[in-house]
Write a protein that binds this ligand. Structure first.
Ligand code: ATP
Ligand code: MG
Length: 441
């Protein structure tokens, strides 16, 4: 009985299809365009690493390492972990491959990550991120550049309205330690009134209490000591250079002195792009400076800064706004001879970057309807008559105009139809046409 039952998908994984898959691809393609504008090089990283790569860099006391990792022993008895983030693996690769010679190394990547979390809207066990890192750059300009890139990405995706950049500094190592001690002191006095989670955080990772969403903690978070009182002169100067750089680059930001981020490795700049349109899953992009990380993995001291963005959350914000892929030509052959012609014509049209689909089967009327519904600009019909005459019938699906032409002339007609559609969209969007364009040409 059970052997005939269909195995179900794993909880917290997604089978992405239809409009959601289109939006997902739009997010990834937009990221690819934007990362090139910033001259970031592409890297492809392993999906799993030795467990210690994550345990040592992210920190044993973080949520990720203490309860979210997918770790297992492989057949050789080695403890491996499916990557819960990109940064640690890239840092490992920087050391083991001697990428030091390329410093400052500007890299971007994208792909699946794994965290054992409680699945809900915008939170999955296999999710996907875009990731950008600059390794071997200690100057605030690197932070500015990465934030400008993130900001432009959101603009290109059409979702920057309603997403706010929250910015903070955690200072250098000494500032952070002094602040940490003050926080422990502050929260210890109200220990018994804190949530159970925060009581535990008090010993292990007190900064994380600032991150707590539990109402029992919020009141004590509000009057907790702020980092500013503990910043060294150098840390203050660094943060000023980041904020003035952002202002010059036209990147809007707001100071959030309670922003800490969950991981141990952050120093100086920490940031999140946050929206209130996704409920509790409102952080779409987060990152910061992690100057101590590479050293903690056994490499030479190396300053670095980076960010990651959840593709699913970005895609949810993009929603319906994703642009439709253009569909140029639907080719409809009537028989086998027509199909051979269709394949030949499709090949030459696609070589000129037209999007083409051949509708080879079904009733003629149905196929025309499918081409129409899919939004094709032009239909090409190839029947016995056409083949005998060495021609095809081309129909403009917008105005219904139809003509018999030589196959070689189809691409010119398609170009005209594309032009006409572009003009319609331009008019529709209210953008005035430059006067050298004749809309009737
Ligand atoms: P959150 O506070 O929502 O748990 P996080 O601080 O754990 O986020 P990061 O480790 O900074 O997240 O990862 C960067 C981005 O990746 C997040 O801002 C979010 O967009 C996305 N992300 C993180 N975890 C998940 C998940 N389980 N499912 C979907 N997206 C995720
Ligand atoms: Mg998390």
């Amino acid at each position: 009985m059970s052997s005939t039952k269909t195995p179900q998908a794993i909880r917290g994984t997604q089978d992405i299809f239809g409009p959601e898959a289109e939006v997902f691809a739009f997010v990834v393609e937009t990221f690819e365009r934007v990362r090139k504008l910033y001259r970031m090089r592409r890297v492809e990283m392993p999906v799993f690493e030795r467990t210690e790569v994550f345990a040592r860099s992210i920190g044993e006391t973080t949520d990720i390492v203490s309860k979210e990792m997918y770790s297992f022993e492989d057949r050789g008895g080695e403890s491996l972990t499916l990557r819960p983030e990109f940064t640690a693996g890239i840092a490992r690769a920087f050391i083991t491959n001697g990428w030091q010679q390329h410093a400052p190394l500007k890299v971007a990547t994208q792909g699946p990550l794994f965290r054992y979390e409680r699945p809900q809207k915008g939170r999955y066990r296999q999710f996907h991120q875009l990731d950008a890192e600059i390794i071997g750059a200690g100057e605030p300009q690197a932070d500015v550049e990465l934030l400008a890139m993130a900001d432009q990405l959101l603009k290109e995706l059409g979702i920057s309205d309603g997403v706010t950049l929250h910015l903070n500094t955690l200072g250098d190592g000494d500032s952070r330690e002094a602040w940490r001690a003050a926080l422990v002191e502050h929260f210890r006095q109200v220990r018994g009134d804190l949530s159970e989670d925060s009581q535990e955080r008090l010993e292990k990772n007190p900064l994380r209490i600032l991150d707590s969403k539990d109402p029992r903690d919020r009141a004590f978070v509000a009057d907790a000591p702020q980092i500013d009182a503990y910043l060294s002169d150098e840390a203050v100067r660094f943060f000023e250079q980041v904020t003035s750089g952002l202002d010059a680059a036209g990147v809007a930001w707001t100071r959030n002195p309670a922003l800490v981020r969950g991981l141990d490795y952050y120093r100086h700049t920490a940031f999140e792009f946050v929206t209130d349109r996704l409920g509790a899953q409102g952080t779409v992009l987060g990152g910061g400076r992690y100057d101590g990380l590479i050293e903690s993995l056994g490499g030479a001291p190396t300053p670095a800064v980076g960010w990651a963005a959840g593709i699913e959350r970005l895609a949810m914000l993009v929603g319906e706004r994703a642009p439709q892929e253009r569909f140029d030509v639907a080719i409809i052959p009537m028989d086998d001879a027509g199909l051979a012609q269709a394949n030949s014509l499709a090949r030459s049209l696609r070589a000129e970057w037209n999007n083409v689909e051949i509708y080879a089967t079904g009733k003629l009327k149905k196929r025309m309807a499918r081409a129409n519904d899919a939004g094709a600009l032009v239909a090409v019909l190839i029947g016995e008559d056409e083949i005998a005459a060495g021609e095809v019938t081309v129909r403009d699906l917008h105005d219904g105009e139809q003509a018999r032409v030589a196959p070689a002339d189809v691409s010119g007609i398609v170009a005209k139809a594309q032009n006409a559609q572009w003009l319609r969209q331009t008019e529709h969007s209210g953008i005035g046409l430059p006067d050298w364009i004749d809309p009737d040409a």
